[in-house]
Design a protein around this ligand. Structure first.
Ligand code: ADP
Length: 279
């Protein structure tokens, strides 16, 4: 389902080699952890799957589609296959839980009927039906991340990409989030790729672990005990977590586009005063 064939990525502006000859295959329905220190190339790996970056060399093939050759106008449609969860949740603070999830469907032109049905279902999946009318700042970090997960699931994404989804939440809730991802993976058979640097968390699950160091896949194993040694080395010198919230309309627009919208909906206006207050 996901194939990287000798993929390298060099950023032109600073010459950083973020990925170096990466070749790997991820099957449909697999759950894969991707780990490595800061600057190892994890985000670049995800960005090439999201088609936000195109490799300098090699090919990325998703579901038989060669992303290098994909025309720009096809990219928003391709992205509808993806459900993306970020470390900083990226919920819209002026919208309720329900509206945040509904928005991901609204921007791709779903009917009102489908929206009501699917949003209710997605909120049930993440155990948040009772909080549909709450605003993000009335929820804990773990709950906010569950809303983000509902939003990633609501359009029936085939691939869930989770970029440090537990980076801003406490360890107990982190386990809840990964348990939820695991349940979703088992029940709905989506492919799940979760980037993290939390070794302790990975050790609790018996999953494939791909370790990236300086752009190279240095380990790819289904045995947590083998991964552990490599991991502990790879995550040395990790900086502590950071918090980022989108503060500009442009960033929100970019974010919405990453959800498969061709453009931000007409009349879309974000009240940034409220975001600054929350962040
Ligand atoms: P990670 O997600 O593991 O922290 P990244 O993929 O963000 O790693 O970064 C890998 C390398 O590529 C780093 O050296 C980083 O500085 C560089 N890099 C990442 N994004 C860009 C960019 N947009 N422009 C230039 N260099 C970048």
């Amino acid at each position: 389902m996901i194939d990287f064939i000798h993929v390298s990525k060099v950023y032109k502006d600073n010459g950083a080699k973020a990925l170096n000859d990466v070749t790997l295959h991820i099957d449909q329905g697999e759950f894969v952890f991707v780990v490595g220190a800061s600057g190892a190339g994890k985000s670049t790996f995800l960005k090439t799957i999201m088609r936000e970056e195109v490799p300098t060399e090699g090919e990325v093939i998703i579901d038989g589609q060669n992303l290098n050759k994909m025309k720009a106008r096809k990219v928003p449609y391709y992205r509808r296959k993806l459900g993306i969860v970020f470390q900083d949740f990226r919920l819209i603070p002026t919208k309720t839980v329900y509206e945040n999830v509904a928005f991901a469907m609204h921007v791709i032109g779903a009917s009102q009927r489908d929206i009501s049905r699917r949003v209710a279902y997605a909120l049930t999946l993440v155990g948040l039906s009772g909080k549909a009318k709450n605003y993000p700042n009335q929820l804990s970090g773990g709950e906010q991340q569950r809303v983000a997960l509902a939003r990633a699931l609501v359009n029936d994404a085939e691939i869930i990409i989770a970029d440090e989804p537990t980076g801003n939440i406490d360890p107990e809730m982190s386990k809840d989030i990964v348990d939820l991802l695991e349940q979703i993976n088992i029940n709905k058979k989506n492919t799940i790729i979760m980037v993290t640097h939390e070794v302790d968390l990975i050790k609790k699950y018996n999953k494939r672990v791909v370790t990236i160091k300086n752009g190279v896949v240095v380990s790819d194993t289904a045995h947590p005990e083998i991964a552990e040694a490599v991991l502990e080395q790879a995550v040395e010198n990790m900086p502590s977590g950071y918090y980022y919230a989108p503060t500009e309309d442009a960033e929100i627009e970019d974010f919405l586009k990453s959800y498969g919208a061709d453009e931000a909906p007409e009349g879309f206006k974000l009240d940034t005063s409220r975001i600054r207050e929350d962040s």
